[in-house]
Design a protein around this ligand. Sequence first.
Ligand code: PLP
Length: 397
Amino acid sequence: MPLELAARSGLIEPSATMAMGAEAKRLKSLGLEILDFSLGEPDFDTPANVLEAAIKALSSGKTHYTHPAGIAELRQAVADHYTRHHGVTTDMSQVVISNGAKHSIHNALMAVCGPGDEVIIPAPYWVSYADLVKLTGATPVVIATTEASGFKLSPKQFLEAVTARTRLLMINSPSNPTGVVYERSELEALADAVLQTDVGVLSDEIYEQLTYGDARPTCFATLRPGLKDRTITVSGVSKSYAMTGWRIGWTVAQAPVSKFMGDLQSQETSNPCSISQWAALEAITGPQDSVVAMRAQFARRRDHVLERITKLPGVTCTPPGGAFYAFLNVSDHFGRKLGERCVLDSTSFCMAALSSAKVALVMGSAFGAEGYARMSFAADLATIDKGFDSLERFLAS
Ligand SMILES: Cc1ncc(COP(=O)(O)O)c(C=O)c1O
């Protein structure tokens, strides 16, 4: 008899962004030139000072188990960051270091959600949110936002979605996939609505250092007194320091929530990689010039991408204020034949773009928003230009 999978196995699907990236890589391995805008990671190298810190950690024997919640030095540095930069007095006991922000979100959801609970997720949302909620036995309650509202959840929408079972609201600003950055006043209004309820908040602020123009990141927990007691803030080094492979993320939460998350981690993974933790410590406490340089590059690319989108037939985009994604409205092309394929939805649009234009995008449906395709501009300007040239020909076909 083959081993039967648990019922839980039916709850999740493989990450669509990873799946598109893998397909693009497969085509590349066949010798095809694929212009890959599917992946959510900076195309820059991890900064040299971070690499040196990792080498030093290796050669000085920092290669053993650490405290399950992370080394004290890194937890303290994260706490200091929130105390100094965001003005929210934070103790090291509130910080848990995990194997990437994705793992932080998983642990946070495990800490506060379970069967029968509901979690409000505004769409478009980052691909993993709904599946991570389902793994806890809770139910994701997806609330659609529109381009007209700047893809932002309003306090009214939030309050209407709250039931006696609602445990959490998940917010993400700057957002993946839209790049939308909520104004501080908009988050304050949302915070006031949250405070009318018993609902907690998971605020995913992983792109906090990547904002452009007038857009400014806001740490949700700081907005109103009392909010920090019911907010779990998530962030990490993956995006800001080009450290996706090092797998270091963190949460800041009330001490009892953090204590549980640390205990959970001690049973799940023991601790995040010791060497990566020392590297992350250097990333956040060392010189910050690499972040400044990356942000400047992303800002240049963002402007260029927006300019090129204006010339793409039948495509519009809400300008991203942060992260490194443009969320293209491609719905005008539905019902058309593009290349060899009849395009009916965002999946067939992206498959047609991949097979005919050799451009890899991710379908909006993966983010809970049909009608769109996400383009990551974590690619150099020459590749971006080639991609747009090819898309222009493809859409005019
Ligand atoms: C919004 C958002 N949150 C969390 C993560 C996970 O980050 P990490 O690579 O640190 O697990 C990502 C990665 O794409 C993301 O886009």
